[in-house]
Design a binder for this molecule. Sequence first.
Ligand code: GRF
Length: 190
Amino acid sequence: KRLAVFASGNGSNFQSIAEAIKSGKLKAEICLVVCDREDAYVLERAKLENIDSFSFSAKNYSNKTEYESEILEKLRQYEIEFIILAGYMRLIGPTLLQKYSQRIVNIHPSLLPSFPGKDAIGQAFDAGVKETGVTVHYVDDGMDTGPVIAQKTVPILEGDTKDILQKRIQEMEHDLYPSVLQELCHKKLT
Ligand code: GRF
């Protein structure tokens, strides 16, 4: 399958998907990276992997429909079949949702519906819960609200700092996302 990865920042999840493809664990291709920040490190990573990217700055457009139409045109050019959100810090609007219905997925660092939105790891840590986790879900028009595809629990241990917890969660993400994508791309999921 032909994937587009949407990201806004570091891109460690992009990297884990790229590695899974190189090792043959994930039979798919990242054909395009879409990024809403010109200075995001994920763009460097894409370059190093020889993957094309499209970056844009939302402030140069009058609204979401305008920049999503441009993204849609890119997706068409690259014949993209699935949109993989990996740290993309914007809500997806109707322009993309309509064309890619059931074909947009996101990864979120909590056990949804707990701790949606920003800083989910910090939210869980501050709440003092004993466990949190990682969720892969289909994307709808809400913030981290679409149907859940897969979840994995991550414990919060005594003596943890936010940084330690973040590292444990990210390791789980880097393992879970490629394997869920493999199932998704090969229709083992509905
Ligand atoms: C991840 O924790 C992901 O769950 C969340 O944003 C973070 C992105 O990290 N949606 P990275 O850019 O992939 O390193």
